[in-house]
Ligand binder design. Structure first.
Ligand code: OGA
Ligand code: MN
Length: 292
């Protein structure tokens, strides 16, 4: 059966059928997935459940990976997965859900703010590839917002204002928004801010998008409160329902999103239930401040 891509979201997000991700990807299939990502920005594959090795092999057939070292509050000794994976689960090394007040959990639920992965790194992520191994009985959807459609819908005056703006991004800013401020000196150092342009141009399609993320906490040359209100207003605009697709997970689902073109957020779920989600990430190809 040939690979087929069918749009399921209002203006983006598509389901892919006719491909078995547990087997090696042909160059034609890899090219079709990249082309699908350029156009649809979010691709959904319904099973089969993959081993970590299959998930990683699929990821590497699409490009170079970004490691997940030093991006959470999990220490190496608590890792459930290798550092090639972002452990997006709520589980500790013994596969038990974190206690409600565990600081690793409280830091991780910052994922419930709209964001783009690794926008706090100098070279941010290209694709994220999230795979579901266990899901809660309710809640826990992942929502995506199309930042190209959001950019297109700005009025001309706002397009002019945002055109050359550069923002500062840090996990200290996103966690500060939810009142999580108890960082060690080492963590403050590790999470120091990086710069990202506010308008990105997609290297293949040439489409512009708003590069927003809850990690953005300042605009170069602007007073902080004014920058934060402006970014908040843009985020409100960009996450209106007509720009959003909500994914309801099944075990075995694998979802790829293009962090250059969409934001995403996790939705709440009962904290004592396991939600085992594992993510691989494809590396971006340079500083956004160096884009053409
Ligand atoms: C991520 C993420 C959202 C979710 O994997 O980067 O933000 O629903 N996940 O788990
Ligand atoms: Mn994320």
């Amino acid at each position: 059966m040939a690979l087929s891509i069918k749009q399921i979201g209002r203006c983006f997000a598509s389901e892919v059928t006719g491909i078995d991700l547990s087997r090696a990807l042909s160059p034609d299939d890899a090219a079709a997935i990249h082309a699908g990502m350029d156009q649809h920005a979010v691709l959904i594959f319904r099973g089969p459940e993959l081993t970590n090795e299959q998930h990683m092999a699929f990821t590497k057939s699409l490009g170079a990976i970004e490691h997940a070292i030093g991006t959470s509050l999990r220490e190496a000794k608590d890792n459930r997965l290798s550092t090639d994976f972002a452990d997006v689960s709520n589980l500790d090394r013994a596969e038990q859900p974190f206690a409600r007040d565990d600081r690793r959990r409280l830091f991780a639920i910052g994922n419930r703010l709209w964001h783009s992965d690794s926008s706090f790194k100098p070279t941010p992520a290209k694709y994220s590839i999230l795979h579901a191994h266990a899901i809660p009985t309710k809640g826990g959807n992942t929502e995506f917002a199309d930042m190209r459609a959001a950019y297109d819908a700005l009025d001309d005056e706002t397009k002019f204002v945002v055109e050359d703006l550069v923002c500062e991004h840090s996990q200290l800013f996103s966690r500060g928004k939810i009142g999580f401020t108890d960082f060690t000196e080492e963590e403050r150092d590790r999470f120091s801010p990086v710069r990202q342009v506010l308008v990105r141009r997609h290297p293949v399609t040439g489409r512009k998008s708003l590069y927003l993320s809850s990690h953005a906490g300042g605009i170069i040359g602007w007073p902080v409160p004014e920058a934060r209100i402006f970014l908040q207003d843009l985020t409100e605009h960009a996450t209106q329902r007509q720009f959003v697709h909500s994914h309801v997970w099944r075990v075995g689902d694998l979802v790829i999103w293009d962090n250059r073109q969409v934001m995403h957020r996790a939705r709440p779920f009962p904290h004592a239930e396991p939600r085992d989600m594992r993510r691989t990430t494809l590396a971006g190809d340079g500083l956004t401040t160096a884009q053409q």
